[in-house]
Design a protein around this ligand. Structure first.
Ligand SMILES: Cc1ncc(C[n+]2csc(CCOP(=O)(O)OP(=O)(O)O)c2C)c(N)n1
Ligand SMILES: [Mg+2]
Length: 339
């Protein structure tokens, strides 16, 4: 199974790539390099701790929703949202706690939604797979693979027609590239030259099936066939590199209003759905996980993580308490807001 790009698999550097980059920046006296790294790291850690809290709570059955955890993939959402403005819009998938939080979604209302309570984003009716917070540009996520693609294209068309400077980001998995609507969307955004960044979070898996056993094509090469400028980033664990790359792409699309495509390789640490590990299921090994974690700053930089952890844990505890204090929806809610 492919894990790390360019022959990195198996190497166990003492310092992750991300940490080396920080050192380099500091050596060259780049002002605020540490501050920037730390704030990106903090946001990644916040998301991971939120999902670890979900894992802890799950066996109690208080969470009323299936959960697709993004642990291991956080750098993509955080690196993307660093540059996005509040008015830019994200269209994500059922695995989108990271995008929701990185874009500025409210943590308390997210927990209330997972608990199925009235103070949830959708009064507890939507659950983890359908998080939406239009006020901060998180336009929603969907359980149906690929359905966010035409929504992002439509929003980009609206932005063009209205003459705004918004940039749309559509995040989807490697599995979504097998959907018919994916191809229709790539064709449409290229033909119409729409301001959207198509962001493939390639964790190499659709449920338990590896990319190699499902796909006869190369995702990035295929996207180029539609005449869309395409970038591939193998190091999806590298927070600074993801942030820099996404920053350039977002800046370019804001300027020239053209579509762009990026494939970022990443690694899903947990099972496809649910809070557990499934390394005994036979489709990947713990050694695969460890090879990726050797580059994961959240795992490698324990000192920084421990320094930031208490404040984040307090925020998360308050959000859980908020959810637990929120009432369940009453009978009157049964048919409201439901089509
Ligand atoms: C249209 C559609 N077909 C099939 C499914 C079942 N399904 C749920 S998740 C999934 C895998 C998707 O993989 P990918 O897009 O790579 O996302 P990841 O889970 O890896 O983040 C599939 C096939 C679905 N939800 N929707
Ligand atoms: Mg996948």
């Amino acid at each position: 199974m492919r894990l790390l790009g360019k022959g990195r698999a198996g190497s166990t550097p003492l310092k992750s790539r991300m940490l080396q980059d920080r050192d380099k920046l500091e050596m060259h006296g780049v002002v605020n390099a540490t501050t920037r790294f730390e704030s990106l790291f903090r946001e990644c850690l916040r998301i991971r701790l939120v999902e670890e809290k979900i894992i802890e709570l799950y066996p109690s059955d208080r969470i009323q929703s299936p959960v697709h955890l993004s642990i291991g993939q956080e750098a993509i959402a955080v690196g993307t949202c660093e540059t996005l403005r509040r008015t830019d819009l994200i269209f994500a998938t059922y695995r989108s706690h990271a995008f929701y939080l990185a874009k500025g979604g409210d943590l308390k209302r997210m927990f209330a939604e997972l608990y199925g309570r009235v103070d949830g984003l959708a009064k507890g009716k939507a659950g983890s797979m359908h998080l939406a917070a239009p006020d901060v540009g998180m336009m929603g996520s969907s359980a149906v693979v690929g359905t966010n693609l035409p929504h992002a294209a439509g929003a980009a068309l609206a932005a063009r027609n209205r003459g705004t400077d918004q940039v749309m980001v559509c995040a989807f998995g490697d599995g979504a590239t097998e959907q018919g609507v994916y191809h229709e969307t790539l064709n449409f955004v290229s033909l119409m030259q729409l301001p959207v960044i198509l962001l493939c979070e390639n964790n190499g898996l659709a449920v338990h099936a590896s990319q190699q056993e499902r796909q006869s094509y190369n995702i990035a090469a295929h996207a180029r066939c539609y005449g869309i400028e395409t970038t591939v980033l193998d190091e999806g664990y590298d927070l600074m590199r993801v942030a820099d790359t996404m920053g350039s792409l977002i800046g370019a699309t804001r300027g020239d209003r053209k579509p762009r495509f990026i494939e970022i390789k990443t690694f899903r640490y947990k099972e496809h759905v649910g809070p557990g590990d499934d390394y005994d299921a036979g489709y990947r090994s713990r050694a695969d996980l460890q090879a990726w974690q050797a580059h994961d700053a959240l795992v490698q930089d324990r000192a920084l993580a421990e320094r930031l952890r208490p404040e984040l844990e307090r925020e998360i505890a308050a959000a859980v308490a908020f959810a637990e204090a929120s009432p369940l929806p009453g009978r009157a809610e049964l048919l409201s807001d439901v089509i």
